[in-house]
Design a protein. Structure first.
Length: 414
């Protein structure tokens, strides 16, 4: 279960109420008209889980995922969060960047006879992804038309170059709905299929996501509207949103959030103005000893969202040991690390509130599949609401496309 708390005053003006209602209606229209497809993924993706039941995956001990950005970030986040609580989960190995050292190191980890390979690209021609895939084919001498045909899977748009490639070699293919953008695609085949094959309960993840979507469209999640409105009203002075997650396993989730927030909201609006909110991902308590100083005494241009886990379901306790000259820390003896990290989160929140920083928080009662599904949808809905208020196209990325065009042109001339 997720619980939400905000230290930002509730917007009560008629203008704010009208703005929030308009944004809600924009999302409702996107959902009912199928203009935007992520709202329905929690039910549509159940079909992929049914398809997987007919595939013999028992010999696969390593799930190799080849993709970048929206094709991997969400999947990697869920794997990182749930792996410690899922002891039987299979190893997932991610090929994302063009860094040759990382590629070589990952190649050395793979036992081809125990591995399956997912090549994931919505467009079907992502340069990083296809380059790494060629390298894997060459390194392992993959016979796509013979003995290795059943261990290679493609996830892409219907009719894309990758889709045509998959059909040519008769590879198992899963499609991404046309109306689902890459950074909103984690609950599509992009994430659901490899994560389910790795052994995670994706039915529960989808169930948690569906429950929050239904609650939102029943107008029972007013905190999301209030939070989006606060971002909008303070957009001129508070241009940076910091996601401060108090669990190491949430680090990849913060990276997913950075792409979702930055690529969706950094745009030129319908009036030709440049708008956007800069996302920053931090991990507590580590970054209390680095970035916190800037938040408290630096420019007051930041808002902070905390994610806290109430129960880590791990009773590791600080021993009752007194260290010479360090006796001042004895007060923490016999307390659990769960208590310590929770207290650190609370104290940091309090210090920011007392310093005049706009703060809100999300608490997970525990790490679970349903909670992770709800957490993903929470941020996707919030992003769409802020985009509607900023009057931008939340779902395109023309700035990224420009960079790709320049890259391709430059590479052709090398």
């Amino acid at each position: 279960m997720l619980s939400f708390h905000s230290h930002v005053p509730v917007a009560g003006t008629l203008e704010a109420k009208n703005r929030m209602q308009h944004a809600f209606e924009v999302l409702k229209d996107e959902m009912t008209s199928d203009k935007v497809g992520y709202y329905k993924l929690p039910t549509l993706s159940l079909e992929h889980l049914q398809t997987l039941k007919a595939i013999d995956t028992s010999s696969f001990e390593q799930i190799v995922v080849i993709g970048i950005g929206g094709s991997t970030l969400g999947t990697k986040a869920i794997d990182s969060i749930l792996s410690l609580n899922t002891p039987d989960a299979k190893e997932m190995i991610f090929f994302e960047n063009s860094d040759p050292l990382t590629i070589s190191r990952n190649l050395s980890k793979i036992d081809k006879d125990k591995a399956c390979f997912f090549i994931i690209s919505k467009s079907g021609g992502t340069i990083e992804t296809t380059s790494i895939f060629k390298t894997i084919i060459n390194h392992f001498k993959l016979d796509l038309d013979g003995e290795d045909n059943g261990r290679v899977f493609a996830i892409t748009d219907h009719g894309s170059p990758l889709s045509r490639f998959a059909k040519h070699h008769k590879l198992q293919e899963f499609n991404i709905p046309d109306n689902v953008g890459g950074r909103f695609s984690v609950l599509s085949a992009v994430g659901v299929v490899p994560l389910a094959m790795a052994g995670y309960d994706m039915n529960a993840v989808l169930d948690g996501a569906q429950e929050l979507i239904e609650s939102f469209f029943k107008e029972e999640e007013n905190h999301l509207l209030q939070k989006a409105n606060s971002f909008y009203e303070n957009r001129q002075n508070q241009t940076i949103n910091v996601l401060f997650s108090y669990a190491d396993s949430l680090e990849n989730f913060t990276k997913w959030y950075v792409q979702l927030w930055g690529e969706s909201l950094g745009k030129i609006d319908i009036e030709g103005d440049r708008v956007g909110l800069t996302p920053i991902g931090l991990i507590g308590s580590v970054d209390q000893h680095s970035f916190l100083q800037l938040i408290i005494e630096g420019p007051k241009d930041k808002t902070v969202t905390f994610i806290k886990i109430d129960d880590f379901e791990n009773e590791l306790t600080i021993p009752d040991i007194s260290l010479y000259a360090i006796e001042s820390t004895n007060f923490i003896n016999n307390k659990s690390f769960n208590t310590l990290i929770g207290a650190q989160c609370d104290a940091t929140m309090q210090s920011l509130v007392e310093s005049g920083v706009n703060v809100d928080s999300i608490s997970l009662d525990k790490i679970s599949e349903k909670n992770i599904g709800a957490l993903i949808i929470n941020f996707e809905l919030l992003t769409s609401l802020v985009g509607a208020m900023l009057k931008v196209n939340t779902y395109n990325q023309p700035g990224v496309e420009l960079g790709k065009q320049i890259l391709y042109k430059n590479l052709e001339n090398i």
